[in-house]
Design a protein around this ligand. Structure first.
Ligand code: AMP
Length: 426
């Protein structure tokens, strides 16, 4: 007989995150949001999953691939255009400006861990709903801020087990003396070679010439290999800023590779741009990226407010940090209670509840399985101890506490179990 399965599937490009992988995912999230980011002064922020579409059009830029082609945009019942958040920085800036956080101490340091939505062509490491971890330092244009942010992302990735390579560039600021002038030079170069470019990239010369550096088309890439690069056209102030960022990173022992062709996909970036790449991910090898966005506040109607941040792809970190053994890694279950018989079952639930009240992780059989099955589940749960309750234990108000890895066991009074388990943990 064929097994009945649901007719429904998760939408294309989305993933169900299931145990045991979900443990690893949680570990990666908590390391960032519970340890590394707050330890550097970054406080958590949550913004809505959807925003008014203009936040992204004006913040990220209508000319960018993300806004132009990938957003999930829909009208609400009142006819307002809303968009599922494709990235985290514009919403964070919107929230900061709305609540006037810039009136407090600067820079404002915020961290988020949130799902993002982009209608891209799905492949390994590229999804339509994916998770990003990010930090933003808003209100300082001091190069030390750039160095701090870049170092935090780098150190965090190393701690997850990813071996990142840091690619670094400066894309200058928008004035004519800097990127503005360079873009004209680049457009002239591209126009002279328009026939050599891949047809799909030709339109970019006028709309967004910088993006031709990101083209995957072989023909375009050959042209870009010889193209003038922004780092040769930085104004004095941007060049000095970039020198200082590099010097600070060197000071901190962070190795980087200068990549004069690194441009970032979102329009708001200025000056420092960086990416963390990792091996083993195929074509989607960027585990994260970020940069300065000194004009973003103003494009959202706020005051001049420089900022820098990064976003790391959680899905890719989990892929790149390799296979961890055993589903039980990270399992919070310390004790598995094994019960023989109905009466013992009641005692088992009582013991489990008592231990849980003391924040000890406990699991137990809820299927009325035989002893063998329960012991197998105890091992699978990743628990350190099995607490076994049979007829004899019931009568003497004891349990047999078995160390699952070592195998040794002893009878102990029920009310001593918590103490012994906690002792073992400390
Ligand atoms: P971005 O916001 O485009 O700078 O992306 C920052 C990081 O988010 C990338 O380096 C990826 O690790 C991750 N990322 C971006 N787009 C996707 C996607 N469609 N699926 C999975 N991860 C993504």
């Amino acid at each position: 007989m064929a097994e009945a399965t649901s007719a429904f599937r998760a939408p294309k490009g989305t993933n169900d995150l299931l145990p045991p992988d979900s443990w690893r995912w949680r570990e990666v999230m908590e390391l960032a949001m519970g340890k590394v980011f707050p330890a550097a002064g970054y406080a958590p922020i949550e913004t809505p999953i959807f925003e008014h579409t203009e936040v992204f059009e004006r913040g990220v830029g209508a000319g960018s691939e993300v806004v132009g082609k990938q957003m999930y945009t829909f009208p609400d019942r009142a006819g307002r255009s809303l968009t599922l958040r494709p990235e985290g920085t514009a919403p964070v800036m919107r929230a900061l400006l709305e609540h006037r956080l810039e009136r407090g101490p600067l820079p404002v340091k915020l961290a988020y861990a949130s799902p993002m939505f982009r209608q891209e062509r799905p492949q390994k490491g590229r999804y339509r709903q994916f998770w990003q971890l990010g930090i933003e330092a808003i209100g300082s244009d001091h190069p030390a801020t750039d160095a701090e942010v870049i170092e935090i992302g780098f150190r965090y990735l190393v701690r997850t087990g990813v071996t990142p390579t840091l690619l670094l560039n400066s894309i200058g600021h928008l004035e004519r003396s800097c990127r503005g002038g360079y873009l004209e030079t680049l457009a002239v170069y591209l126009r002279d070679r328009v026939d050599d470019l891949a047809p799909e990239d030709r339109g970019r010369i006028d709309t967004n010439p910088l993006r031709t550096f990101d083209s995957k088309e072989q023909a375009t890439r050959l042209v870009m290999d010889e193209a003038p690069v922004i780092s040769d056209h930085l104004c004095d102030a941007c060049a000095k800023h970039f020198d200082e960022v590099r010097s600070l990173l060197t000071d901190l022992g962070i190795e980087f590779t200068l990549d004069p062709r690194l441009v970032r996909g979102l329009d708001y970036y200025t000056r420092t741009a960086f990416e963390y790449v990792a091996g083993g991910l195929g074509s989607q090898n960027a585990v994260g990226g970020g940069g300065r966005y000194d004009g973003l506040s103003e494009s959202l109607g706020g005051p001049p407010l420089p900022g820098i941040g990064f976003a790391l792809g959680v899905d890719r970190i989990v892929l790149a940090s390799g296979d961890r053994e055993g589903g039980a890694v990270g399992s919070p279950v310390a004790v598995y209670v094994v019960a023989l018989g109905t009466e013992a079952g009641r005692a088992a639930l009582r013991l489990a509840t008592e231990l849980r009240r003391r924040d000890i992780g406990v699991d137990l059989d809820l299927m009325g399985r035989a002893m063998r099955g329960q012991m197998r589940d105890a091992v699978r749960s990743g628990a350190t101890w099995a607490a076994i309750i049979g007829q004899q234990e019931l009568e003497s108000k004891e349990v047999t506490l078995k160390h699952l890895a070592g195998g040794e066991q002893r009878r102990v009074a029920v009310d001593r179990v918590a103490e012994i388990v906690l002792e073992g943990e400390s």
